[in-house]
Design a binder for this molecule. Structure first.
Ligand code: 5GP
Length: 195
């Protein structure tokens, strides 16, 4: 998506070899006009699917998930990061190893909000090693819902998550795919269909 790529080029900051900071427009301060365009693009990509729920993960996926959900006219459920497993009775749980913090945590979703009748679209801000997305996929499997796929704002295609998850047969659509990046030269994007 050209608009997002241009914004990353303009305002994204590369830290070290594998961290892209986009906190001026995506995951701290949020540019909701850009979000509206991204939401429309997710809708266009998945419009043939009869999505009933959007599922994301606390915290930075919630903003874009809400805007996307408005385009689909469905609710958003966000998986909560939890220390206590059964706070509200029956929950689906899985484990995620955090890319940015390097630790493992449990995520939970109440059984009230996801079930076999649902068709789920996953939404997240970043795809790196795929741990966050794998955690969400496990929750969907556990719930018996069907999975339409995943919509990602920024995929770092030089990290293994995208390939791993596509190889499992899950449809992953990323609005910007970073081929490589460095503090000196900035960000280079994959051309269409290029891995
Ligand atoms: P994964 O689980 O795919 O390794 O990482 C995905 C999660 O880590 C995302 O939800 C995102 O919050 C965070 N993340 C991964 N890479 C980056 C990055 O380069 N920049 C930022 N800001 N967050 C990242």
């Amino acid at each position: 998506m050209r608009l997002l790529e241009e914004r990353i080029r303009r305002d994204g900051i590369v830290r070290g070899e594998d961290v892209l900071k986009v906190d001026s427009f995506l995951n701290h301060q949020m540019d909701v006009e850009l979000f509206a365009e991204m939401g429309k693009e997710f809708k266009r990509l998945f419009e043939r699917e009869e999505i009933t729920k959007i599922l994301t993960i606390e915290a930075s996926g919630i903003g874009i998930a809400c805007v996307a959900a408005q385009c689909f006219g469905v609710p958003v459920v966000f998986a909560k990061k939890s220390k206590t497993k059964n706070i509200e009775g029956d929950v689906y749980t899985s484990k995620v190893e955090s890319f940015t913090h390097g630790r493992v945590y449990d995520i939970i979703v109440s059984k009230k909000f996801l079930g076999p009748e649902d068709k789920v679209l996953l939404i997240d801000d970043f795809l790196a090693n795929g741990a966050a997305l794998m955690g969400l996929i496990s929750l969907v499997w556990e719930s018996g819902a069907s999975l339409a796929g995943a919509g990602i704002c920024i995929e770092k295609a030089f990290q293994p998550g995208g390939e791993r998850i596509r190889n499992m047969g899950v449809r992953v659509e990323s609005l910007a795919r970073v081929k490589c990046m460095s503090e000196e030269t900035g960000v280079e994007f994959c051309k269409e269909r290029e891995v």
